[in-house]
Each structure stands twice: as C-alpha cells, then as structure tokens.
Design a protein around this ligand. Structure first.
Ligand SMILES: [Fe+2]
Ligand SMILES: [Fe+2]
Length: 284
C-alpha cells in the first residue's frame, strides 16, 4: 500500500480523487481507489466522519506505469482472437481500458467538483471508480493466470483524449465518456464473453460477466446526470447530446448496437443512431 501524503482523515473527496490520479502503478492505483471509495461510503452510511467534496487540482493526464508502452492504435499489433496469444492480447486491452476508466471516474469528480451537484452525483462516480478498480484487478488476475501480466504488451495511447477534450465541459464529458465510450463496451462485451467461453476459460468468462453487468450502471449514471443538467438548464437532451458528441468525439458511432442494454441504461435509439455513418436507424 502506498503512503498517503497527508492524513487520510483530512482529505476531501476531490483530493482523494487526485491522489488516485497521481498514483502510477496499476495495482497500487486500484488499491488506493478502493480504499478511498470504502471511506466515502462509510461516511455516507454515517459510520465515519464527514468528507467534504472540496476542490483539487487534478493533473491534466493521470500518472501511468512505465509499462505498457503506449502506441498509436494503428501500431498496436493485431493478433488472431482464436489463438492463446490473441486471447491474452484481448484481456490486456480490456485491462488497459479498465485502468483508464478508474482514472476517468476519479477525474470527473476532481475536475468538476466546483460545479454544484447533488451528492448522489459523487456517490455514483465513486461507486463506478470502485467497480472499475475491481475490473482492472480481475483482468490482471486473468492475465497472470495465463502466464502474462498488465504491461507485457503495448497498449493504445490516446485513451485519455476524451478526458482532455472535455476537461472544461461537464456535459461534454458525460456525453462522450459514459454515454459513448462506455456504451460501446456494452456492444462489444458479449462477443468477448463468447470467445472466452469457446476457449473454456471460465475465469475470464466470469470476470467479463461482472464487467458487463456493472458497466450498464455506469452508462446509466452518465445518462441520468446528463439529463439532470439538461433539465436544470432547460435544454433538449437529444439535441445537446448530438451537438456535444459531434464537437468532442472524433468519429461516427459504429453499429451493431446492443439496443437492449443501451435502453436499460437510459440511452434511446434516437440518441445514437443519428451519429452513425448513415445517420439513421435502418427500417424494420
Ligand atoms: Fe469497467
Ligand atoms: Fe465503466
């Protein structure tokens, strides 16, 4: 466990978030993340002293371990998913996404703590950050079970781009991170589960099922707080969502979509279909 720079009892939530962001090692980052989440929820249950939301100066980019080497997505070697090396590469890519997700959820807390929001906003993102920490650890356990580890392969650079682009726009952050990027996770995870089920890798199947179930909640938190802000400012959520995604997301959205899970998370088809290449939902 890392030593914390000041007594934990004195830290605000925004400072706790910043501590996680400035911790480089993945396992240390997730351990600290889970510890801070446990403290926050102990306070919220009335079992620990109050933790103010506070303010902090989070780094523009979170600290990262020396490995994995971060490459342009075009330079990350592609491996066949049907091979052992391909399955390890897939788990490694998911571990990398989960580590970024830990930081993304703490970053929304630290970076926007000056925006007046109901306390439930902070509860939701602390819970999401705690779950992402569990997801990263689960993926690391799977990699280690297969004789590899996080850092053994190169990983995508640029995963933090959405955070930098929306560093000053809370609605933009909610639109792009939970409602586009995490919603994409709902589309692709069932296919990954199938790959590991076919390979009879039960540990990976069970881990991905946990991830799949909990990610619906993260998309739902995004949609809930996006709608909350639109309501507060008297804006039409669908139009604002389209404008913000076109401003901050540098691509179109790619079907097929997991319409059922997206609906469960509060994302109706008229939010995402207009942002595809064709701009419309196919008839029938
Ligand atoms: Fe996750
Ligand atoms: Fe997530």
């Amino acid at each position: 466990m890392t030593d914390t720079p000041s007594s934990e009892a004195e830290l605000s939530l925004a400072e706790m978030a910043t501590e996680v962001l400035t911790t480089a090692d993945g396992r240390q980052k997730t351990a600290l993340s889970r510890q801070h989440a446990a403290r926050w929820f102990a306070y919220r249950r009335g079992e620990a002293p109050e933790i103010p939301v506070g303010t902090a100066s989070p780094p523009l980019r979170p600290a990262r371990p020396e490995k994995p080497e971060l490459l342009d997505p075009r330079d990350v070697p592609k491996r066949k998913p049907g091979s052992e090396a391909g399955r390890i590469a897939l788990l490694h890519a998911v571990a990398h996404i989960e580590l970024n997700a830990v930081d993304l959820h703490w970053d929304i807390i630290a970076r926007f703590s000056h925006v007046p929001m109901p306390i439930g906003f902070f509860d939701d993102w602390v819970k999401a950050a705690d779950e992402e920490s569990k997801h990263f650890n689960l993926m690391c356990d799977c990699l280690e079970g297969l004789g590899s580890h996080y850092g053994a392969l190169p990983a995508h650079a640029g995963m933090w781009r959405a955070a930098e682009d929306t560093a000053e726009d809370l609605m933009g952050r909610l639109a792009v991170v939970p409602m586009v990027l995490e919603a994409r996770g709902l589309d692709v995870t069932p296919g990954m589960i199938k790959i590991f089920r076919q390979a009879k890798l039960t540990q990976a199947v069970e881990a991905l099922e946990v991830i799949y179930k909990e990610e619906v909640g993260h998309v739902a938190y995004g949609s809930k707080w996006f709608h909350f802000l639109c309501g507060r400012e008297n804006l039409d959520p669908k139009d604002v969502f389209h404008d913000l995604v076109r401003t901050y997301f540098h691509s179109t959205l790619k079907p097929p979509f997991n319409e059922e899970k997206r609906a469960e998370a509060g994302l109706p088809p008229d939010f995402y279909w207009p942002l595809t290449d064709t701009g419309a939902q196919p008839a029938g």
